[in-house]
Design a protein around this ligand. Structure first.
Ligand code: AMP
Ligand code: ZN
Length: 469
């Protein structure tokens, strides 16, 4: 599989330290608010990547943190902790906010058929690990105390800026809010590993440490959680493109300095979901959630299809019109799957050719829009229904559009005419005969019997149709 790597700035053949096994890490959500559908674009594409790796035969260990402390209003270590901001907004405790929005996040993931990672770890669970790593960095001379905080010294690195291909806007994320210059930093790019109360008096969650009561920086959380659950060699690290700098840049700086060897060779970044006014972001306050899509009558999986129809390395502009188009395409796709009859012998020649098209698309830097096209190729193919249904199920194990389940539900709900079920057809025919013989009592009795079996009849000029209710 060729996969674009932000570190090498090119598509590379994907390889792992241990053949057949992928140690995969994903930056989890900052749980101070609902995830917006932009955040979820990143998680959908990472989910497809994970599922495709499994489909390709890898054993995947996927780890995700939950950021419940240390992510400040600006990624450049300024402003208040986002969790505190959420707690003040809702007049609740930080832990209540964390619990509520973590549950909300996984409920949204469920609706979008995003698989829960193998390991999910709240950042507040691993404080002693951060302290151990920070101490290691201090011992090796990569960190220094200043003004009560512990900073990472970026001047000690041969190369600090490892990702150069993200655009100006992404690079600016780390600095645009930093109006207040931190006088403690030796170098502008240095970042905080551990904050003490000298930084913010009102931080809600604080822990004892060798450097005073305080709390960890956001970046150290991911390095430590990955080290704990993925081991010293990570194969694949994922996140939204805004995380490339400074967050991932800092993760690499800390992890490699602490470990003393290269850490993660492959970085997968999902580009932004944008609105007309730029990147959708929680801090702007105006964002769309899965619940809002549902309130407006959209199936969340129509949004998943909308995401799959574009490449993860391109910005995607959200508009209601674009979502309407995806929703219509989704309904048509389901109707076409529902029309397939499960009959015939499995046609392995046709299946092989169709499978090759799907794999070619996905092997080419996870080209999901071509992967979706491969679904239509199956529907159009000159082969029987059983083969088509088997292939759709196989591809949908990766794309997760619930095609077969939704098709089964559509078939149940759709009006049926003669041929759909011989037993019911016989009763409908008997009722028609009773009506023609003006035997109204018998006709009503049959209607009631069918009703009791969950069948609703509709009499039309062309005859009687029925559907399950
Ligand atoms: P956060 O909850 O802010 O820590 O972000 C969770 C994930 O969503 C991170 O991987 C971000 O990079 C990603 N993300 C944030 N905004 C967007 C967006 N507009 N489009 C796509 N991904 C995003
Ligand atoms: Zn992270």
């Amino acid at each position: 599989m060729l996969l674009y790597n932000s570190l090498t700035r090119s598509k590379n053949p994907f390889a792992t330290h241990t053949p057949g096994r992928v140690e995969m890490y994903t930056c989890g959500p900052t749980v101070y608010h609902f995830a917006h559908i932009g955040n979820l674009r990143s998680y959908i594409m990472e989910d497809v990547l994970e599922k495709y790796l499994r489909y390709a035969g890898y054993d995947v260990n996927r780890v995700m943190n939950i950021t419940d402390v240390g992510h400040l209003a600006s990624d450049a270590d300024t402003g208040e902790d986002k969790m505190l901001k959420g707690a003040k907004r809702e007049n609740k405790t930080v832990m209540d906010i964390a619990r509520f929005y973590t549950d909300a996040f996984f409920s949204d993931c469920e609706k979008l058929r995003i698989k829960r990672p193998d390991v999910v770890e709240p950042a507040t669970n691993r404080i002693s690990d951060y302290i151990r790593i920070i101490q290691g960095l201090l011992d090796k001379g990569f960190a220094y105390p200043a003004g009560g905080n512990i900073y990472f010294d970026t001047s000690k690195l041969k190369q600090y800026y490892v990702f150069h291909d993200h655009d100006e806007e992404d690079l600016a994320v780390g600095v645009r809010d930093s109006v207040e210059l931190d006088e403690n930093k030796r170098n502008k790019a240095d970042f905080v590993l551990w904050f003490t109360k000298s930084k913010f008096e009102d931080q809600a969650l604080k822990w004892d440490s060798p450097w005073g009561v305080g709390y960890p920086g956001w970046h150290i959380e991911c390095s430590a959680i990955s080290l704990k659950y993925n081991g010293e060699y990570l194969d694949l690290h994922c996140g939204g493109i805004d995380n490339a700098f400074p967050h991932h840049t800092n993760e690499i700086a800390q992890s490699e300095s602490y470990l003393g060897h290269p850490w993660c060779p492959h970085w997968f970044h999902v580009h932004h979901l944008n609105t007309n006014s730029g990147k959708m972001s929680k801090s702007k306050g105006e964002f769309l959630t899965v619940s809002l899509l549902e309130e407006k009558g959209y199936d969340p999986l129509a949004y998943r299809l909308f995401c799959l129809q574009s490449h993860y390395r391109k910005g995607l502009v959200f508009s209601w019109e674009n979502l309407d188009n995806a929703a219509a395409a989704y309904q048509k796709l389901i109707a076409r799957v529902a029309a397939l009859q499960d009959e015939g012998e499995l046609d392995s020649t046709a299946a092989g050719a169709l499978r090759a098209r799907f794999r070619e698309a996905m092997d080419n830097d996870l080209n999901t829009s071509m992967g979706v096209t491969a679904l239509y190729d199956v529907l159009k193919a000159d082969t029987n229904g059983r083969t088509k249904l088997a292939l759709l199920a196989e591809f949908d194990a990766v794309l997760s559009l619930d095609l077969l389940e939704k098709a089964a539900a559509a078939r149940q709900a759709a009006p049926q005419s003669a041929g759909a079920d011989p037993e019911i057809d016989a009763l409908v025919a008997a009722r028609t005969a009773a009506k023609q013989a003006k035997n109204w009592a018998e006709a009503d009795r049959i209607r009631d019997e069918l009703k009791a079996r969950g069948i609703e009849l509709t009499d039309t000029k062309e005859g009687t149709t029925w559907r399950r209710v």
